[in-house]
Write a protein that binds this ligand. Structure first.
Ligand code: AMP
Ligand code: ZN
Ligand code: FE
Ligand code: FE
Length: 290
């Protein structure tokens, strides 16, 4: 099966509903998809349902914002139990960090004589995991910026006047959380970070894979990370990182994880699920804690 394992919906900063994401995947003849919204798994249930109806393979996921030696590292969690109690608690914490950060960014904009209201951002975002793209869209919608690029360039980019850093969990904590929820942890778009020297440290704390195929990876970058994945015996994943229309053109269909890699990913997940089934069935009754 040809797969796209990196997709966002309107449950974070994408613009499509989970059903629309599935519709676009079908149009592009993608046979397996993962939903990887930032710091949330809320869209997974609806996406699973849409995939069942359309005959697509579905992998529940999330993209955790973590930190390693001062770098922002995005960690993809795949195949998680989306109702895992500690996962839910941790995600709720980082969602509230995101919401407070929106208020702070808006306050800075107000100081810069941009009278945007936080409610305008929250209304537009309409999700628990809002981010800078929502602020950018609100700025464009209210006519303060001509387009999203201008919003980031003038205000929202790192070290620009309305940029507010975000409290993050450490990469090791993120990997551990993914594992605790029964998932596999994959380093997202390593070509955007270029912190290859830290990969051995991540492997030491349990990193399962790296995202070799990504919209922003050149063919040479993909080859580079394929070789690294082989060297460290890591899982190879890939996806478009499509955000719908929130960053210009929808990227879905542009990057696909070739079928043999998806087969290996599935085999790995099946092995993890078997290993996980025993201890979890003892400690966690079906349905989990309320
Ligand atoms: P946040 O999680 O709130 O820090 O927002 C991160 C999101 O903003 C990611 O999806 C980025 O791809 C997006 N982003 C960062 N810089 C830019 C930019 N210059 N133009 C458009 N989107 C950006
Ligand atoms: Zn995003
Ligand atoms: Fe990312
Ligand atoms: Fe992403």
């Amino acid at each position: 099966m040809v797969a796209d394992l990196h997709l966002h919906s309107y449950f974070s900063d994408g613009t499509y509903s989970p059903e629309e994401v599935v519709g676009h995947a079908r149009w592009h003849q993608i046979e397996a998809v993962a939903l990887t919204d930032h710091d949330t798994v809320e869209g997974c249930e609806r996406m699973a349902q849409a995939c069942r109806q359309s005959g697509l393979d579905f992998v529940p996921g999330t993209e955790l914002t973590s930190e390693l030696e001062g770098y922002e590292l995005h960690l993809l969690g795949y195949g998680l139990d989306t109702r895992h109690p500690r996962l839910a608690r941790e995600l709720a914490k980082f969602q509230s960090v995101r919401q407070n950060r929106i208020r702070e960014m808006v306050a800075r904009l107000n100081e810069l004589n941009v009278p945007l209201e936080p409610e305008a951002v929250f209304r537009l975002a309409n999700c628990r995991s809002p981010g800078r793209p929502h602020v950018a869209r609100a700025l464009v919608q209210a006519g303060f910026c001509a387009n999203l690029d201008e919003a980031f360039e003038r205000f929202l980019k790192r070290h620009r006047p309305a940029w507010v850093p975000k409290a993050k969990m450490s990469a090791a904590q993120a990997i551990q959380l993914v594992h605790e929820a029964g998932g596999s942890a994959v380093m997202a778009h390593p070509g955007l970070n270029r912190i290859d020297r830290l990969i051995p440290d991540l492997v030491a704390v349990g990193l399962d894979g790296i995202e070799c195929f990504h919209s922003k990876h050149s063919p040479a970058t993909t080859q580079h990370y394929l070789a690294l994945a082989q060297r460290f015996d890591l899982l190879i994943t890939g996806g478009s990182d499509c955000h719908g229309l929130s960053k210009g053109q929808p990227l879905i269909g542009g990057v696909r994880l070739p079928a043999p890699y998806y087969d290996r990913f599935k085999a790995h997940r099946a092995a993890v699920a078997t290993k996980h089934a025993l201890p979890r069935s003892k400690s966690d009754p079906p349905g989990g804690t309320p």
